[in-house]
Design a binder for this molecule. Structure first.
Ligand code: 5AD
Length: 479
């Protein structure tokens, strides 16, 4: 009766929260199972950023309620952003839920499950749904270090963990007019820098080579808790400290805000070779009029300046972005501006979203909502540009050697996958001993989304090669 399946919707922060809940449950003697059909307890960790994400989870939970009818001991819970956003109101559509647990209460999940199971075991009739979506001071610190817990299910043969997410900050105070996140994740709260560094050090000791620092607005990290030193923001101070850790070879972060890209962060890309040359820089719109309506505090000109400054420091920088098409009032002219900037930046990757009304946000009640058909055509126009960019970028990699961090077997189990520093997925023949290693891969074929190649024994030709060659020589593959 202790087998748990967790299904995660949405962003990397949600995935990280699910991992943390899983680790806490394992530590309490629960088993995390890989197959939904085999579980006694099913938890949906949800996303609210667009209506479609909420509808998907509601549909799934509705379907799962049938399983409860057949088996009254089956436990069904909704966690995370949609729980926070909708709370007990979810019971109107989903009356049979056992748990509704918000984003500041993930660490309470094991306790609530213990109670539910004890009541079931004692034959107490199924009671009221547990709804806990209150704020909790210090909750940004309550689910740390999950990867350090012994993975009871994994066993000794499990491959070592190569990449880890480390939460540095929760919440956001920016009030973008379209965004539900300030409601679902609350006020900005940062974890103490020493704790983050200690977690990264412990991960490195366990063999983790790549760290992704996570938060809703990571570039604002510690702005209320730490001072700038010599013009260096707390976020860049944190990057410096993680960079100094032996064993960590790659550092990434998400999500930043363009306003966080001051000189200190741009310069960090020149100073810190472990900082991967891939920047996710959410543009949202290329029209100054729409940016103002969105309450985004930058202009298209400033955005372009940031991109140019980063390319001046790292000419080979990869860029990705988030764009919303069809924000209320977006005209053809506004969209033309977005498209122009989108083409000019030449993104390697982009997440393009059709504006979705989020009740309670300022944009939800703005005039001139855009039709679905127009959103769809603007969405497609940008996707077409993106595909052309991606093909062009990948073509430049053919015949070159890229450093790849080997993740594990691909879906077929016959080959292996890894990522380049530019965050491109690569597929190649390898050996499980190479999991967790940085290896040189000669690229010989590419689709818009994937690179294919062969491992080689020579150095890397990427722009970061000089700094990396030392690392690589230590991990030359022996097949
Ligand atoms: N509609 C569509 N996209 C949205 N995003 C946030 N809110 C909305 C919304 N209401 C997008 C933004 C953000 C990304 C995580 O989701 O582009 O950067």
């Amino acid at each position: 009766m202790n087998r748990v399946f967790i299904k995660t919707y949405g962003c990397q922060m949600n995935e990280r929260d699910s991992e943390a809940v899983a680790a806490m449950l394992r530590a309490r003697g629960y088993r995390i199972v890989a197959d939904e059909a085999d579980c006694d307890i099913l938890l949906l960790n949800t996303c609210s950023v667009r209506d479609a994400a909420e509808q998907k989870a509601i549909g799934k939970a509705g379907y799962l309620q049938k399983r409860k009818k057949k088996n009254p001991d089956f436990i069904l819970g909704i966690l995370g952003c949609m729980a926070q956003n909708r709370g007990a109101e979810l019971l109107e559509k989903l009356p049979d839920l056992d748990l509704i647990i918000g984003t500041q209460k993930f660490h309470q999940v094991p306790g609530y499950l213990d109670n539910l199971r004890a009541a079931r075991a004692a034959g107490v009739p199924v009671g009221e749904t547990i709804v806990d979506i209150a704020e909790e001071a210090g909750s940004q610190n309550t689910i740390r270090d999950h990867v350090l817990m012994q993975d009871a299910d994994a066993g000794a043969e499990a491959p070592p963990q190569v990449s880890a997410f480390v939460s540095i900050q929760q919440g956001c105070n920016m009030d973008c007019a379209f965004c539900i996140v300030p409601k679902t994740r609350g006020d900005e709260r940062s974890r103490p820098m020493d704790e983050i560094v200690a977690e990264c050090r412990a991960l490195a000791e366990r063999g983790v080579r790549e760290i992704t620092l996570l938060g809703q607005i990571v570039t604002s990290y510690g702005r209320r808790d730490y001072v700038h030193t010599d013009g260096v923001s707390p976020f860049v101070q944190l990057l410096d400290r993680v960079h100094a850790l032996g064993g960590i070879e790659r550092i990434r972060f998400t999500s930043p805000h363009p306003r966080g890209f001051k000189d200190d962060l741009v310069e960090a890309y020149g100073r810190l070779p472990k900082l991967c040359g891939y920047v996710h820089l959410p543009m949202q719109s290329g029209s100054n009029r729409i940016l103002r309506a969105m309450n985004r505090p930058y202009t298209r000109e400033r955005y372009r300046e940031i991109v140019d400054a980063l390319r001046a420091v790292r000419p080979d920088m990869y860029f990705s972005t988030d764009i919303i098409v069809g924000f209320p009032g977006e005209t053809e002219e506004d969209f033309a501006q977005t498209r122009e900037l989108f083409e000019a930046v030449n993104y390697d990757m982009a997440y393009i979203f059709k504006y979705s009304v989020r009740t309670g946000t300022p944009a939800a009640t703005m005039a001139d909502q855009v039709s679905e058909a127009v959103k769809e055509s603007r969405n497609q126009a940008l996707l077409d540009v993106l595909e052309r960019n991606s093909v062009r970028r990948n073509a430049t990699l053919l015949g070159h050697v890229e450093e790849v961090l080997v993740d594990g077997p691909d879906k077929t189990g016959r080959r292996f996958t890894g990522r380049t520093r530019g965050n491109r997925v690569a597929v190649f023949e390898a050996n499980s001993r190479l999991i967790g290693q940085l290896v040189p891969l000669k690229i010989d074929r590419a689709t818009p989304s994937t690179l294919y190649g062969e491992l080689v024994l020579i150095g890397v030709e990427s722009p970061e090669s000089r700094v990396q060659s030392r690392t690589l020589s230590a991990s030359v593959p022996r097949l």
